[in-house]
Ligand binder design. Structure first.
Ligand code: DLL
Length: 444
């Protein structure tokens, strides 16, 4: 539920509340410029345009974008590290990269103009969450190659808030600093917010009494509305979802406003499409599909029709907050993280929703997927008991396991082995949580 106490704040009224017709005109103009630029400067794009027999001059309307080729993660890998740069290296002033689970990272290069736009989009993020120059931002996103730390940093500086560049780790010290410095805003992954809450409790600190934090800006990993409830209750704050990716310059692509009804996309910078992941054809408004972005203003590495693999629903209706830019739903999973358990398709986020609705469980869980020889995939879900449940003993723990088993079965139609584990038995994360352990050997 939105808790709107005052008129929602907007950083850049001109851009964020522009009539859609004007916004689309601006987008088309920027699209035409960027397409011309990459065709002339990036050999990879020239080749892929030529293969599709499309020229920059063919882009006469926004719909014409569907004539252009996609850009995929594989294209970034093939051109690693700097093959997609559209400026000489002397114009690049910063290089970020995403860690990636396997192989080479994804590179995010910036010119000084790119950094300026990043500060602008992050200023919009903070403002949408009601953060102003009066706030103290405890920034616990990792600083370094990851875009989280420095992205939140640059935006806090732009709005004139006091930023505490604490980065991740040393959690007890973080709790102390949050209290001592009177942090009013917490930025970190939702899973790390839970760790901070848990650590504060272990240190005997009553967050409500001793901390001033009122806003959380959480993202960089999937999290459900059930997880939002948990974090809000434990940290005594209002949680805002923020989305971004290294390929589009990091956090700041989209953020919630106080209505919490979708994430507002900075559409003057990121042209957005939602397509069927199998056919690549646009899906209608209100339908789930894969999110694609075209970077309309990035200088160093403007990617077009970049396939994020994130699944969302798009909504172009005006929001009661006044913004006219499109909203994306919370990320509903990735096209590549769908589990097929005995023939039933399921996304990890649906499992999270089921787990967090059961009393006596903590929001710490992992899913283990296995494929025993010549058999169908099996899913095991481990989830932590609350200290109260654990104290009540084995019988109640078993009852809870049975309850989760039947809820998973009835709500999602899957059969999973469920293990309710001792408090603190599941590894905590300081950044993006790793919740899926895949033991399948997919090569056999
Ligand atoms: O995670 C950028 C970021 C930093 C976003 C801080 C928000 C806050 P990457 O490491 O490149 O960049 O990972 C991008 O993370 O494609 C999504 O799958 C996932 N992701 C990011 N934000 C959200 C979110 C940063 N709010 C990938 N909800 C994206 C769900 C998210 N998934």
């Amino acid at each position: 539920m939105a808790r709107i106490k005052q008129e929602p704040l907007i950083w850049n009224k001109e851009m964020e509340t522009m009539p859609r017709g004007d916004l689309e005109k601006l987008q088309l103009q920027r699209l035409q410029q960027i397409v011309e630029l990459i065709y002339n400067k990036v050999p990879f794009y020239r080749k892929s345009f030529d293969e599709k027999r499309v020229k920059p001059s063919d882009i006469k309307s926004l719909e014409d974008i569907t004539k252009l080729p996609f850009t995929s993660k594989q294209d970034l890998r093939d051109n690693y590290p700097f093959g997609l740069l559209s400026v000489p290296m002397e114009k690049v002033v910063r290089l970020h990269a995403s860690s990636g689970t396997t192989g080479k990272p994804t590179v995010g290069p910036y010119t000084s103009k790119d950094l300026d736009i990043w500060a602008e989009t992050m200023a919009r993020v903070y403002t949408a969450a009601g953060v102003t120059s009066k706030d103290v931002v405890h920034n616990a996103y990792g600083y370094g190659l990851f875009t989280g730390g420095l992205g939140f940093h640059i935006g806090a500086e732009r709005i004139g808030a006091a930023v505490v560049p604490v980065s991740s780790g040393l959690t007890k010290r973080q709790v102390m600093l949050m209290e001592d410095f009177g942090a009013t805003v917490l930025s970190c992954t939702p899973s790390y917010a839970l760790v901070l809450a848990e650590t504060a409790a272990e240190m005997g600190i009553d967050v409500q009494q001793r901390m001033r934090v009122r806003v959380g800006i959480f993202g960089a990993e999937p999290w459900t509305d059930e997880m939002r409830e948990e974090v809000q209750a434990k940290m005594n704050l209002e949680a805002f979802d923020i989305y971004g990716l290294t390929e589009m310059g990091g956090p700041g692509v989209a953020v919630e406003c106080p209505y919490h009804d979708g994430l507002h996309i900075a559409e003057d910078h990121f042209l957005t499409e939602v397509v069927d992941p199998d056919t690549g054809e646009p899906v209608g408004e209100g339908k789930v599909g894969e999110l694609l972005f075209t970077a309309l203003t990035r200088e160093a590495q403007p990617l077009i029709r970049y396939r994020t693999r994130d699944r969302v629903i798009l909504n172009r209706e005006k929001c009661p907050c006044g913004r006219t830019v499109a909203r994306m739903s919370k990320v509903k999973g990735r096209t590549d993280d769908m589990l097929i358990i005995r023939g039933v398709n399921v996304f990890p986020s649906s499992i999270e929703s089921v787990l967090l609705a059961v009393d006596g469980l903590e929001p710490h869980y992992v899913m283990i997927i296995d494929r025993p020889k010549d058999r169908l995939d099996e899913l095991e879900v481990w989830v932590e008991a609350s200290p109260e449940l654990w104290k009540r003993g084995e019988y109640w723990v078993k009852q809870t396991e049975d309850r989760v088993f039947s809820d998973l079965n009835q709500t999602l139609g899957i059969t999973a082995k469920v293990k309710v584990t001792e408090p603190h038995s599941i590894q905590r994360s300081e950044g993006k949580a790793k919740r899926i352990i895949d033991r399948r050997d997919l090569t056999v």
